[in-house]
Design a protein around this ligand. Structure first.
Ligand SMILES: Cc1ncc(COP(=O)(O)O)c(C=O)c1O
Length: 371
């Protein structure tokens, strides 16, 4: 058997290399998902399922589209419901990224971006984040854009997986203006935007409605398994993506859309609780880093990721170091290199774990930083 040649474009995930083979008793600080229970409104909505469970329109359940539109200050026709934000990204890439063109992606950045670009027949081109806190650096991005005449799309991720860094309005405005001027698809992945520590990080729609924002109920609303996400933008961008998404999956599971609607309708309470939860976890992590490593850290702009500098001795082979942490210290963290060359000097530590796991995890890791 020989799979289609396009499969060779997809590299094995370095995250899998760490998480597969996790020994029993290891503390999972590699997780990229909420660990708390599905909020009650979604559980009730799933129980109360009305009569038939039919298909819904390809663009999504109308009431859910209305709720998402209201949440984002958009109109209903600017909303496409998708199977996770990943479904939105896939559909947008397939619909708009011409084979042979280039897609600008953050480095370090979410591992799916280069894979999605390659699946669309394009070449991912990395742009650096700011050297201090790994935030959006408009100068760095615009420099790469200027040197890439055959770019078809630019991806932002605010705040970022894996760094937690956001961007300021001025940086967003400059990037948006450049993309609009060139007619490029600008996608802002804002799945973590509502998981912040007091100040909501800026989002693309604050500076333009000419790009496309993608998000989902997977992070802030604590429901990654529902697989409900969306794209918000000009229907001219969304309609071709809706066609792709429709042929790929017909539509996102109808009960999942009922549950997502219940979540969005209770956004104020659910998001406030999620933020309180990550704050408590962040404080446990910060206290453990102070106690065991003497480190003083400030919270990310959003997300549940701490991008932690590696000890100098680990920089030559970060993957080997992470495997050693996993197998000897029994703590799973993800080497920053998994997210691109720009992450080489760091590991991503997820504080979606419980406060107890965070304290114990840092205690176990500390000797490897000190020694
Ligand atoms: C930055 C980012 N974007 C998109 C996704 C995809 O999430 P979902 O498809 O569950 O919305 C993830 C998942 O980890 C992510 O970290």
């Amino acid at each position: 058997m020989k799979p289609a040649s396009r499969l060779s474009l997809l590299k094995p995930s370095p995250i899998r290399a760490i998480t597969d083979g996790t020994p029993p008793g290891a503390i999972p600080l590699g997780l990229g998902e909420p660990t708390w229970d599905l909020p009650e409104p979604a559980r009730l909505a799933l129980l109360r399922a009305p009569g038939p469970c039919g298909y819904v329109p390809h663009a999504g359940l109308t009431d859910l589209r209305k709720a998402v539109a209201a949440f984002h200050g958009a109109t209903v026709d600017e909303v496409l419901i998708t199977t996770g934000s990943q479904g939105a990204l896939f559909a947008l890439f397939q619909a708009w990224v011409e084979p042979g063109t280039k897609v600008l992606i953050p480095d370090p950045g979410f591992v799916a971006y280069p894979a999605l670009a390659r699946m669309a027949g394009a070449v991912p081109v990395p742009y650096a984040l700011s050297p201090d806190r790994f935030r959006l650096d408009a100068d760095a991005l615009l420099q790469v854009l200027a040197a890439t005449p055959d770019a078809s799309a630019v991806i932002l991720n605010l705040p970022s997986n894996p760094t937690g860094g956001g961007g300021d309005l001025e940086a967003l405005r400059r990037v948006a203006e450049a993309c609009v001027a060139r007619g490029l698809l600008l996608i802002s992945d804002e799945v973590y935007r509502d998981l912040h520590f007091g100040v909501r990080p800026p989002g693309l729609r604050e500076v333009t409605d000419r790009g496309v924002v993608v998000s989902s109920v997977s992070k802030g609303w604590g429901a990654p398994g529902l697989r409900v996400g969306w794209a918000i933008g000009d229907p001219a961008w969304l309609t071709p993506a809706r066609v792709v998404h429709g042929y790929a999956v017909t539509g996102t599971a109808t009960p999942a859309q009922w549950a997502a609607l219940a979540l969005i309708e209770h956004s104020d309470a659910i998001l406030a609780e999620a933020r309180a939860g990550i704050r408590e976890r962040w404080e446990a992590l910060a206290a453990a880093l102070r106690e065991h490593l003497g480190q003083t850290v400030s919270p990310p702009d959003g997300t549940f990721y701490h991008f932690m500098p590696l000890p100098p001795s680990a920089q030559a082979d970060p993957l080997a170091f992470a495997l050693k942490l996993r197998d000897e210290a029994k703590v799973v963290v993800i080497p920053g290199l998994a997210f691109g060359e720009g992450g080489r000097g760091h590991v991503r530590l997820s504080f979606a774990a419980t406060p107890e796991q965070l304290s114990e995890g840092v205690k176990r890791m500390a000797p490897y930083w000190r020694g």
